[in-house]
Design a protein. Structure first.
Length: 312
């Protein structure tokens, strides 16, 4: 997939991007965008558009309708096509120079290592909401998949916007998160973190790592007004020096959201459970909740190491 994006991207020319952009725009009004409309709006020559559509379709940046429409052939942008449009803007703006190998494939995102505009390393995260449901709909309903598809593009873009805006706020108030660099459509560019997911991290001093996580949850709550809402041992990266970073913020909600309290409790419990399992540290849920919401000044003295059960 990584090479697919990188290689395809390099061979695309201005006319291809024009056609992708016009297809994206017209998808708001068509289940599948008729070729005639693409020709009209792209203001390219008829034979050039047909030639480029064949190439884009062969390389899976667009797909054609399973059946011929009354208006002739029709096309939709694919995930790869949407990636290409987002990347093009990020490259034009000097935020990204090249996309490299995949760092992770989540359920709702694909993450790639990349070079930023200044030759440094960065990460590009493509949000992919409804990826599996889109494939299923395409298989089952074929022609009628267009609506679902638009909603997929829209949801992915919203998700990226939400995450980028959360990262901006969190970074500003000093929560330990990746540095937000730029975003376009469903893609976010951020600083790269050399670390291991907490789930797999080996910790010399687990207690101080746990306290550091709660300190960050507290700053997010009190100074950014945000509750992560998907906090788990997979969304915390631990660096070799023990520094922690909290990632994956698209589901975050404001502290005055009706679900904020419930989400915060779940976030806090996930961390308590993780350290109990991994390091046999015990910490009360109420004390942790009071601390992260500012009702208690410190967690010092609240945690204890569980003794292994002694056999009689
Ligand atoms: N800024 C980053 N630097 C390094 N690795 C990252 C970064 N962001 C994400 N990752 C890796 O990619 C994985 C998935 O990212 P995440 O933001 O959690 O997306 P998802 O919603 O798919 O879980 C993470 O668990 C982590 O291993
Ligand atoms: Mg995640």
């Amino acid at each position: 997939m990584a090479l697919q994006i990188a290689e395809r991207f390099r061979s695309l020319v201005r006319g291809d991007f024009r056609i992708l952009a016009v297809t994206e725009l017209l998808m708001k009004h068509h289940e599948y965008v008729p070729v005639e409309e693409i020709i009209r709006f792209s203001r390219l020559r008829d034979d050039e558009v047909r030639y480029r559509l064949r190439g884009l379709s062969r390389d899976r940046l667009i797909v054609s309708a399973p059946k011929t429409l009354p208006t002739g052939r029709g096309y939709l942008l694919t995930m790869l096509g949407y990636d290409a449009l987002a990347l093009r803007v990020l490259v034009d703006r000097g935020k990204v120079e090249a996309v490299g190998k995949p760092l992770g494939v989540g359920k709702e995102s694909d993450i790639y290592e990349a070079l930023d505009g200044r030759g440094g390393r960065c990460v590009v995260k493509f949000h992919r909401l409804g990826r599996t449901s889109f494939r299923q709909t395409m298989k089952k309903r074929g022609y009628a998949a267009g609506r679902t598809h638009i909603s997929w593009l829209y949801q992915s873009r919203l998700s990226a916007e939400r995450e980028y805006s959360a990262l901006k706020t969190l970074h500003k108030v000093g929560v330990s998160v990746p540095r937000p660099i730029a975003y376009n459509r469903h893609a976010i560019v951020m600083g790269v973190i050399e670390g291991t997911e907490l789930k797999f991290a080996e910790m010399e001093d687990p207690e101080s790592i746990m306290l550091e996580i709660f300190r960050n949850v507290r700053v997010a709550y009190l100074r950014a007004g945000l509750v992560h809402s998907d906090l788990s041992e997979y969304n915390i990266l631990v660096k070799a020096d023990g520094k922690v970073l909290i990632i994956d913020w698209p589901q975050s909600v404001s502290v005055d959201h009706p679900n904020a309290g419930e989400n915060l409790r779940r976030d806090v419990c996930n961390i308590i459970d993780c350290f109990e399992r991994k390091a046999r540290i015990s910490l009360g849920e109420d004390a942790a909740l009071e601390y992260v919401t500012g009702k208690r000044r410190t967690l010092a003295g609240q945690s204890s190491i569980l003794r292994p059960h002694l056999r009689p």
